[in-house]
Design a binder for this molecule. Structure first.
Ligand SMILES: Cc1ncc(COP(=O)(O)O)c(C=O)c1O
Length: 385
């Protein structure tokens, strides 16, 4: 799941609060919502453009979409009236073979996106007041989901280059945290964590959740460490490399003791039959998907080089299918808004650590061209080019 825009409320403005609101758990009432990305049709409506003109570079989606075998498999499927296997046997077997030599089906749990596995981990470990390490700037869903669970976020801020700060992490652990979420590559900064660093995190003795949603774009994984460490979880997603964001498919590789508990508490049928078809067809067609991943990585490098030519941008390195940029003269918002008028949607940030920044999801070469032209036009208007 990705967060970009503020949702418009469907609630009438003058509606009185329900008397039953008193039964809602109080910590949820004050919680800021997680706002997901809007669909292309809505973006087109806002921009006043036909949907084909929308260049959607705001949610790290895969512009090439799923394997063509997915659509064929979905049409051929026949058991949609039967509940899917609550034990996810076929999917777990296929994923174990994909995830790596040391991973077996006993380690795996599949979810409706890796978001669901994040929620299940919190359901397993975090109750009201329990502390969880978050390493900002990072994927906003962690802090939101910790809040929903009633947990308390303990921040271990990343350093100036957005690399993980081990000392800050240790301080967060010393404050009493029991669990940490660490994305690698990190969204939105693109930094990767290597084995030596991860081993140091594991030595702190808390549960370390390595979120590898973008693994296929960089090839760096910690999954082989998992069977040797009872406190390491690796999360993966089919939303990005396999182009299946719309079908909601993620999985986790857990130590056996934890996988058993996660399976025990999960909703029984969260891997739906359509997602299972998509999973199996994607894995069977992984050579095709690896080809689209290679195209995205090549395009990322080409786009990165072109962005670096623009004097008004600071471009951060990235090992994923997105690029973080800061606008040097502090006009990121007006830049992003002017692009939106042209139907080009990026992810804008204005947090203290990501001031005047935006993240570009890598699209097809023609998407990059449209974006680069609009950026150059903006630079000319501003006199910075
Ligand atoms: C770091 C990270 N983890 C997890 C997710 C969620 O992925 P999914 O679509 O599998 O729920 C995202 C989505 O943007 C992400 O950036």
């Amino acid at each position: 799941m990705e967060q970009t825009v503020a949702a418009t409320s469907d609630k009438p403005q003058d509606q009185q609060p329900s008397p039953y609101i008193k039964f809602v758990r109080p910590h949820l009432l004050g919680l800021a919502p997680y706002v997901g990305v809007e669909p292309p049709e809505e973006l087109a409506r806002k921009a006043g453009l036909p949907v084909e003109r929308i260049v959607k570079l705001n949610a790290n989606e895969n512009p090439y979409g799923p394997s063509p075998k997915v659509a064929r498999g979905l049409v051929a499927g026949s058991n949609y009236h039967i509940y899917p296997d609550p034990e996810q046997r076929v999917a777990r077997q296929a994923l174990a073979e994909y995830a790596g030599t040391d991973v077996g089906p006993e380690h795996i749990v599949v979810g409706a996106g890796s978001d669901e596995l994040i929620d299940l981990l919190l359901r397993l470990f975090v109750g009201p007041g329990d502390m969880v390490v978050d390493c900002p700037p990072t994927f906003g869903y962690y802090a939101f989901a910790i809040g929903v669970a009633g947990g308390k976020v303990v921040e271990a801020p990343r350093d100036a280059e957005f690399n993980l700060d081990l000392e800050a992490f240790k301080e967060a652990v010393a404050a009493g945290a029991k669990l940490a979420f660490v994305a690698s590559p990190n969204n939105p900064t693109g930094n990767v964590l290597y084995k030596d660093q991860v081993e140091k995190l594991l030595e702190t003795g808390i549960i370390v959740v390595m979120d590898e949603a973008y693994y296929e774009f960089c090839g760096v994984t910690m999954v082989h460490l998992m069977p040797k460490h009872d406190n390491l979880v690796v999360l993966r997603s089919f939303s990005k490399w396999a182009g299946l964001a719309g079908l909601r498919l993620g999985y986790g590789c857990f130590p056996v003791w934890m996988a058993e508990l996660i399976r025990k508490i999960k909703p029984p049928y969260s891997l739906n039959a359509a997602a299972q078809v998509a999973l199996l067809e994607s894995l069977a067609d992984r050579e095709h998907l690896k080809g689209t991943v290679r195209a995205i990585v090549a395009e990322q490098e080409r786009l990165m080089a072109a962005l670096k030519e623009l004097p008004f941008l600071k471009v951060y390195p990235s090992q994923a299918n997105f690029i973080l940029c800061a606008v040097k003269d502090g006009e990121a918002l007006s830049l992003v808004q002017s692009l939106e008028k042209k139907g080009i949607y990026l992810r804008y940030y204005d947090t203290p650590r990501l001031k005047d920044s935006f993240r570009i999801s890598v699209g097809k070469p023609e998407d990059s061209e449209t974006l680069l032209k609009a950026l150059r036009d903006w630079g000319r208007v501003k006199g910075t080019l």
